[in-house]
Design a protein around this ligand. Structure first.
Ligand SMILES: [Zn+2]
Length: 136
């Protein structure tokens, strides 16, 4: 398989519930969905607040910093565009600890919980910009 015919895993950017996250990402802005009625952070995004059942939701910009919540090393390759080994990170956002985002970094790493991290924006071959993470 050559580079030109590899299938890239792309986010669904036009979904009614999650589209705002990806629209902000195209501007290299990190957002989380929040309820304007009670302030709850809703991650994963959804059409209604899980706390107060309000439909009044917004996309709230958050700092592009967080800390490692946990991580794991992937040794078994399941997709040609994701060579192993790589380390999957679960990042807890500094501004919204209720929201945890996933990222990955090449190689084997075992960062301690609480290790600071920041967003590393990646541009896919079709121009879609996605957030990923790097350790500080
Ligand atoms: Zn609410």
């Amino acid at each position: 398989m050559t580079e030109s015919n590899l299938v890239y895993l792309r986010p669904v950017t036009d979904d009614v519930d999650t589209g705002g996250f990806w629209a902000a990402a195209q501007q290299r802005r990190l957002v989380v969905q929040a309820c304007t009625n009670c302030g709850a952070v809703l991650h994963l995004p959804r059409p209604m607040c899980r706390v107060c059942h309000s439909f009044d939701l917004e996309w709230r910009e958050v700092a592009q910093h967080g800390t490692v919540y946990t991580s794991t090393i992937v040794e078994h390759q399941v997709h040609p565009n994701y060579p192993v080994p790589y380390t999957v990170l679960v990042i807890e956002l500094d501004d919204a600890p209720q929201a945890r985002l996933i990222g990955s970094i090449p190689g084997r790493m075992t960062p301690d919980a609480g290790t600071p991290a920041h967003v590393r924006w990646e541009t896919m071959p079709d121009g879609t910009i996605v957030p990923n993470w790097a350790l500080d």
